[in-house]
Design a protein around this ligand. Structure first.
Ligand SMILES: [Zn+2]
Length: 197
């Protein structure tokens, strides 16, 4: 009696997967590489991967995690839900999937980045606009005050995540920001150049 087993339920080697499967662990989050994408600090994981396991890094970039196609947080929930057709399993996995997506979404919504730009105010005055400090959980009021003291000039919070400093201090900020807030690496600071406002 041969019962037809849907292909998705077959346990064992899958096509397109190279065996033996060695579980590699990430040096950043210490999880198996498949889990890195759910780690809030996935960017750092990727950097670690690129440096230490370039082959794995390439593979993950291609979208194949090697576990049968559950790639991307969004797909993972669907894929596992489909694979396990039993209602109990389905429920449990779906719930897990949603939680994961939430974590990822929060991160995507606020990419950590500080942007500096210069813009003209009047005929020969320019101001420097700093945005993104809030993505590093920095108190904008304190930051504005700090800049004001540092450059001996006007500096104020002008938006949700925006500080305007009177004067052209953009170049100095590239040194001063990482100095004041070591968590903001210079790589996180973007120079937007001259902006019209
Ligand atoms: Zn990782």
């Amino acid at each position: 009696m041969a019962t037809e087993i849907p292909e998705r339920l077959i346990i064992g080697p899958k096509e397109g997967v190279t065996y033996p499967l060695t579980v590699a662990y990430c040096g950043n989050c210490s999880m198996p590489l498949e889990y890195c994408e759910y780690y809030p600090d996935y960017e750092k994981c990727k950097q670690w991967l690129e440096k230490n396991l370039p082959a794995e890094f390439e593979r993950m970039k291609m979208g194949g995690t090697g576990d049968g196609g559950a790639t991307g947080a969004g797909n993972a929930a669907n894929a596992s839900g489909e694979a396990a057709d039993g209602d109990e399993t389905k429920k449990t996995q779906k719930r897990g999937g949603k939680g994961i997506m939430k974590t990822k979404k929060t991160k995507d919504d606020t990419p950590k980045k500080v942007c500096l730009s210069r813009s003209a105010r009047g005929k020969r005055k320019s101001v420097t606009v700093v945005t993104g400090l809030a993505t590093f959980d920095i108190d904008l009021k304190l930051a504005a005050k700090f800049f004001g003291t540092k450059f001996a000039c006007g500096s104020s919070v002008t938006g949700d995540d925006e500080i305007v400093i009177q004067g052209d201090v953009k170049d100095e900020l590239f040194d001063i920001i990482p100095e004041k807030w070591p968590e903001i690496d210079e790589d996180y600071i973007d120079d937007l150049g001259d902006q019209k406002r």
